[in-house]
Design a protein around this ligand. Structure first.
Ligand code: ADP
Ligand code: MG
Length: 691
């Protein structure tokens, strides 16, 4: 039983109190059969007048049930012999189900039913329906919850002043209302989760989240980190050598990071900025601050392509300053890898750039001062943690500073809820001179026009991307930095199909454009092959690059001004936005053509409309949050942050804000309240929240 309960998140008795209904059934009304409303589940009662196994054409049990007003047919496609005996003629039954007008008149298919005596009492309250699992019946769960509600005091963990200020109902009243709503309660408000009782529970949940994350945030201050003073000689040299000046946002972010690095406890800062906003240079400045203090820097990228790009960029920027930059990708052959590892261990490698290969056991840094994680949401918690723990020899009480970067802009509420234990810097302006990308939606039927457009652009000296069909799930896999074993099954076949499709497209386009140099890049190429193709594209040797979404992150070729995305209707918003960000990086005006197959689903149509109408990543993320929900947006299962069960950050903005403020007050002045509240909501499971 314990194991079964654990499957639905119930680990201790009190968790039953917090196991709230998904919905309710109204069995408080007995409807006369003849006038019972259709289109909803209703309770009726009658006597079985006829009962027989029929073949219509499938074997089924058909009973006719009659009350004073009329009769209906009850049908079971699956049934036990015991049911046949139980539903004998003359038996009085109560049925709960939806009445439909079938071929043989009014009928209920597979209703819930119960044999009753005449005049048996009717429920006076709504019946809660709980999330459950195999081996645990609704009835059993209902009984367990009722017992738990009786067994616990359910007193309030929050001070009366706070409850009063937020005008929330008491905890006890709230949970009792949610488990057993009084007949007068608004079913609508209960099911929409807008009822005050729901708001109370959501607030409590959000408060527990905020408290535990703030505690974690504060605890960081007791961990040591090397204070990395700003010495500015190298950073100034880099800034002087750049062909551009930093934007105001970049300067602000760099200053925030610089101040964090000088502290004696580890920085954990998220640097957010839309695609192309210029996060890399800010990271390079942070790296130099560590290097000037005699520490090493690790930079972890989610894909080989992105890693290679960083490697190229950091080499260009830092090598002239006498800084050694070393590549440690997953695809190094034995000997270069061994050499790279030796340089990392000796401290000779000052900046080490790689993919998930970086956090493997045999990678030992001499003095790691700063770990930079690009596209942090693509990594699992474990991987980030492993890198953090490479601060020095085992057992050392110091951690490196950590800078995470993300181009997936996150709406404010979500950031507040999920990143309460991080500091966040935002780059919210684009480098000057960017021309906004024009987006065109083109039906696949007009492919010829698109082909002409590609030809014109390339003949005029520009370059273009042709991104191949890829469906969202697979796309997540492609940039997924988790080791292959950890990925879902069945992906292999999907990858093979997609590989075939990109190969076909490449062949077709080569035939279409005999006059152009057409290149191909996809996830199955080795790192060296990918790098060679990207270099050819960057250098202009390739004019049209056929690609899968491996180019989604980090690729930076300013002369590419046209992008065609095939089957855009299959892609997610974040992905489309990231892809589109590959063009519009130079002075020329750029276009992104979204080719779609007709017969669009409602959702696909909505996505294309959003991407067409919006260029601001935050705005797109807000829409994404609305249509997909927060879990999807963040990849919450990976993120290590608890999924909120009740609160929904897409709609409960005011509660998130209130919980954050309350958490700060309570932590400062009422430690006992904090403890009691966390105990109630998380029991001993605080560690779930953030590793
Ligand atoms: P992202 O934030 O997506 O990682 P990058 O760091 O790759 O963006 O920057 C995109 C491009 O903009 C790069 O070519 C970079 O050199 C350039 N860039 C960055 N900052 C500026 C700036 N302040 N002015 C002009 N160009 C810049
Ligand atoms: Mg980047």
């Amino acid at each position: 039983m314990q194991a079964t309960l654990a499957k639905i998140g119930i680990h201790r008795d009190f968790d039953l109190v917090l196991h709230l209904p998904l919905r309710y059934e109204d069995q408080t009304h007995l409807h006369p059969i003849a006038v019972a409303p259709g289109g909803q589940t209703v309770l009726v009662e009658g006597v079985v007048r006829d009962s027989a196994i029929k073949f219509r054409p499938k074997r089924q049990l058909v009973c006719s049930v009659e009350d004073a007003s009329g009769n209906l047919v009850m049908r079971f496609l699956n049934f036990y012999p015991s049911q046949v005996r139980q539903l004998a003629v003359g038996t009085r039954v109560r049925l709960f189900g939806e009445i439909r007008q079938g071929f043989f008149g009014a009928e209920m298919v597979h209703p819930k039913y119960r044999v009753v005596a005449e005049g048996a009492p009717i429920a006076t309250q709504l019946t809660p329906i709980y999330p459950t699992t195999a081996g645990l019946s609704q009835a059993n769960l209902q009984r367990l919850v009722r017992a738990a509600l009786d067994a616990h005091a359910l007193d309030d963990t929050l001070p009366p002043a706070l409850i009063g200020k937020l005008r929330l109902p008491a905890f006890r009243d709230s949970v009792i209302t949610l488990h057993h709503p009084p007949p007068a309660a608004s079913l609508d408000a209960l099911e929409q989760r807008t009822h005050p009782a729901w708001r109370r529970v959501k607030f409590d949940e959000l408060l527990a989240q905020q408290l535990s994350m703030r505690i974690h945030y504060d605890r960081r201050k007791s961990i040591g980190a090397p204070p990395l003073q700003a010495r500015v000689a190298l950073t100034r040299a880099l800034l002087d050598a750049l062909p551009f000046a930093l934007t105001g946002s970049q300067r602000k972010a760099a200053a925030e990071i610089s101040a964090d690095l000088a502290r004696r406890y580890p920085m954990q800062r998220l640097l957010q900025g839309d695609v192309g906003s210029g996060k890399t240079i800010v990271a390079a400045l942070a790296a130099l601050q560590a290097i000037e203090n005699g520490f090493q820097v690790a930079i972890m990228a989610p894909t080989e392509i992105l890693g290679e790009q960083h490697f190229a960029k950091f080499s260009t920027w830092l090598a002239p300053l006498g800084v050694s930059v070393v590549w440690l990708g997953g695809n190094l052959t034995v000997r270069p890898r061994r050499e790279a590892l030796a340089r990392v261990a000796s401290g000779d490698a000052q900046v080490v750039i790689g993919t998930h290969a970086l956090f493997q056991d045999e990678v030992e840094f001499r003095r790691l001062g700063l770990a930079i994680v690009d596209e942090q949401h693509r990594f699992g918690v474990k991987q980030r943690l492993a890198l953090r723990q490479k601060g020095g020899k085992a057992g050392a009480a110091v951690q490196p500073h950590q800078l995470m970067m993300s181009a997936t802009p996150i709406p404010r509420t979500l950031a507040m809820s999920y990143y309460a234990d991080l500091d966040v810097s935002v780059i919210d302006e684009m480098p000057p001179g960017r021309t906004p990308v024009a987006t065109r939606l083109v039906s696949d039927a007009r492919r010829d026009e698109v082909i002409q457009r590609v030809r014109d652009a390339c003949m005029a000296g520009s370059q273009a991307y042709w991104v191949c069909p890829l469906i969202e799930e697979a796309a997540a896999g492609e940039g997924d930095a988790r080791p292959p074993k950890a990925r879902g099954r069945g992906r292999g076949r999907l990858e093979a199909l997609q590989l075939q499709s990109v190969l076909d497209t490449h062949e077709r386009l080569r035939a279409t454009f005999p006059e152009l140099r057409v290149g191909l890049v996809h996830g199955r190429l080795t790192a060296a092959e990918k790098a060679a193709v990207m270099q050819a594209f960057t250098g202009g040797a390739i004019q049209l690059l056929v690609a899968t979404t491996v180019i989604e992150v980090g690729v930076d070729v300013p002369n590419a001004t046209l992008m065609v995305i095939e089957n855009a209707e299959r892609m997610g918003l974040a992905q489309l936005h990231q892809l589109r960000g590959r063009v519009g990086r130079g002075p020329g005006s750029s276009t992104c053509i979204l080719l779609y197959q007709n017969a669009l689903s409602q959702l696909a149509r909505e996505r294309l409309k959003i991407i067409f109408e919006n260029t601001d990543g935050f705005e797109i993320a807000r829409h994404d949050l609305r249509i997909r929900g927060p879990g999807e947006l963040l990849g919450a299962r990976q993120s290590g942050v608890p999924m909120l069960r009740f609160a929904d950050v897409a709609v409960d903005l005011d509660l998130v804000e209130a919980a954050r403020d309350a958490a700060q007050d309570l932590l400062a002045s009422q430690p006992a309240v904090t403890d009691a509240h966390l105990q109630r909501w998380l029991g001993g499971r605080q560690h779930f929240l953030r590793v």
